[in-house]
Design a protein around this ligand. Structure first.
Ligand code: GTP
Length: 602
């Protein structure tokens, strides 16, 4: 196919502004699905996506559309809207020359609209601003056009208006895609090179890849190689995704196709597939490094499920290249993993997929963020090849005497809110150690506020709190702002003077007292009374910040029994012994596994 007849684009929007509904309409108009079929939101294939109504994995669909007697190949590269999945968005946009920026004509511009707009802008993409849901009686297209003008400087004349639900204006939008978005800037001469934007696993055919072809062409049976390894491969599967597979024999530069090299063929996101004679020196190998913002421990619900969970996590990680995994173990929770995520929604979706797609039950510890420290003097930390260390496990924090500077990750949070909530939103953000940036008016009723916030302050319940103090009206999105100097310390929990490793945390110094009190009180409530008195202490560098005392209590399981029924008595003692196996013992203090789960869980 002639590359001038190819258009690669995606739809970006705030959650619920109608991306999937529009994708369905585009599929109908191009004859991929019959209008009015039951199966809506064809692109949202994963069960979790259907349940949550959000798009998680980027999926593509190749559509044919005839305009002015020419047939075009339109590649819709579906992107997840949420920030957490912005690495999926970023991967997809490398293959796109344009985006449809969809905005709900009733709700107007939201925080995420701002984020996806700046992403598209940064990548020099053609943006087609489009109002959706104009069928709604409360839709106010003129107001939203004014917002688009004042925030992004879009000429109101260029803004498209559609109702994805009713199909209004969708044909005009398809034509705008053809007219306004440029064809891919590639050449079909020369050596074949494609880069992988997605992978998934097929039982019989091994790894299947979604590839964007930069140059040359590819055929079934052709010999190819991965940039990452020298072994030669053969192209075994080649197809267009419409979005069902449509096998093809050949594909050329500018196209987005599915490629597979058989069960042992391999392939991973970010890798490149090349013709065997490709001049390697022409390739820049800069890879898009994923940055993990949130870490959590994942442990099997019980150790007999370890293998099951391990298999499940590995398979899921193949499909979700953004997670990082390291084995981790805890005396209380057993063998597990420390997993890095891009954000909280990413973590949520990952565990939900684990359950739904792989039937693995997992315990998740409270999420934490990575910190960074600079070590004093000329000390070089070997494994990091320098004097700066990223700390994802509080126990690995170097001795404070050796630390020159602590750093914590910050984000720029964008909040769009009705003006009457400016006060409470400001209070919330200042309370979370935020520093305000200049605000701008969205229109006469709404304002765009920005704050520099420590990531650790938003990972747990920021979004929920924001929603509740603004009656659900504010929207929030964030982008990475890097590591900045901070005052941090490690807080340990001691039981009768003995450290409980699982409960150590890294805390901002302004939060020490509050966290110390909260955690010791919670532990006092949850640890069952013991034969001895237990001192629960929260300690920072030898200084006690909070202390609770759990009174001694002798529990005699056989006390209730009278008379001499020996077998009954034995049975009770045996039950008690089995119960003890599920206990973690610290300084002879028995703590049930469930206590750890409750304290460590989100
Ligand atoms: P995420 O994948 O979570 O980002 O959502 P989305 O942007 O894909 O939104 P989706 O297509 O799921 O639409 C959200 C809701 O808006 C659904 O209930 C749709 O039926 C509804 N909706 C979408 N387009 C229109 C429209 O043009 N008019 C009206 N009235 N409702 C619409």
């Amino acid at each position: 196919i002639d590359k001038d007849k190819i258009r690669n684009f995606s739809i970006v929007a705030h959650v619920d502004h109608g991306k999937s509904t529009l994708a369905d309409r585009l599929l109908e108009l191009t004859g991929v699905i019959k209008p009015g079929t039951e199966q809506t939101q064809v692109l949202d294939q994963l069960q979790v996506e259907r349940e949550r109504g959000i798009t998680v994995k980027a999926v593509t669909a190749s559509l044919n559309y005839t305009y002015e007697n020419k047939t075009y190949l339109l590649n819709l590269i579906d992107t997840p809207g949420h920030v957490d999945f912005s690495n999926e968005v970023v991967r997809s946009v490398t293959a796109c020359q344009g985006v449809i920026l969809l905005v709900d004509a009733n709700e107007g511009v939201q925080a995420q609209t701002v984020a996806v707009h700046s992403l598209a802008k940064r990548n020099n993409m053609t943006i087609i601003p489009t109002l959706n849901k104009i069928d709604l009686p409360r839709a106010d297209p003129d107001k939203v056009k004014t917002q688009l003008k004042s925030l992004f400087n879009f000429d109101p004349e260029t803004v498209m208006s559609i109702s994805a639900k009713k199909g209004w204006g969708v044909k005009e939008l398809l034509e705008a895609i053809i007219k306004r978005i440029p064809p891919p800037p590639v050449s079909s001469d020369g050596h074949f090179r494609a880069h992988i934007i997605d992978t998934w696993h097929d039982k019989y055919r091994g790894v299947l890849c979604l590839a964007y072809i930069h140059s040359g062409k590819i055929q079934i049976g052709q010999a190819v190689k991965w940039l990452s390894e020298t072994k030669q491969q053969t192209v075994k599967s080649l197809a267009l995704l419409r979005p069902k597979e449509e096998p093809i024999d050949e594909a050329t530069a500018g196209q987005v196709v599915m490629v597979g090299c058989g069960p042992k063929g391999g392939g991973s996101v970010g890798d490149q597939l090349l013709s065997t004679d490709y001049p390697l020196k022409e390739i820049s190998t800069s890879t898009n490094h994923v940055k993990h913002m949130v870490y959590a421990g994942i442990f099997p619900a019980d150790q007999s499920q370890h293998t099951l969970l391990s298999d499940a996590i590995k398979k899921l990680a193949l499909n979700d290249s953004a997670v990082s995994m390291h084995p981790d173990s805890s005396p209380a929770l057993g063998q597990g993993w420390r997993v890095g995520f891009l954000g909280l929604l990413h973590l949520d979706v990952f565990t939900q997929r684990l359950l739904q797609e792989y039937k693995a039950e997992a315990i998740l510890t409270a999420p934490s963020v990575p910190y960074k420290v600079k070590v004093k003097g000329a000390k070089i930390i070997k494994q990091y090849k320098g004097d700066e260390v990223i700390i994802t496990n509080p126990l690995l924090l170097p001795d404070p005497n050796n630390i020159e500077e602590y750093y914590e990750p910050f984000v720029i949070g964008t909040i769009i809110t009705p003006v009457e909530y400016i006060g409470p939103v400001t209070t919330l953000c200042l309370d979370r150690r935020g520093s305000p940036l200049p605000t701008s008016a969205v229109d006469d009723k709404n304002t765009l506020m920005q704050f520099i916030l420590p990531l650790s302050e938003i990972v747990v319940d920021f979004h929920d709190t924001l929603k509740s103090i603004t009656s659900g009206f504010a929207s929030f999105d964030y982008q990475d702002h890097g590591f900045h100097p901070s005052a941090l310390a490690r807080m340990d929990i001691l039981l009768n003077g003995v450290l409980v490793e699982e409960l150590s945390t890294i805390v901002h110094v302004s939060r020490l007292e509050y966290n110390a009190r909260r955690l010791t009180e919670k532990l006092k409530e949850m640890i069952p009374r013991q034969m001895v008195q237990v001192a629960i202490q929260a300690v920072v560098g030898g200084k006690v910040y909070a202390r609770e005392t759990l009174k001694a209590y002798r529990k005699d399981v056989t006390a209730k029994l009278y008379g001499g029924d020996v077998t009954r008595r034995k049975k009770l003692l045996k039950q008690q012994a089995e119960g003890k196996k599920k206990m973690r013992s610290v300084a002879n203090i028995k703590i049930p596994r469930n206590t750890f789960i409750d304290v460590l869980k989100r």
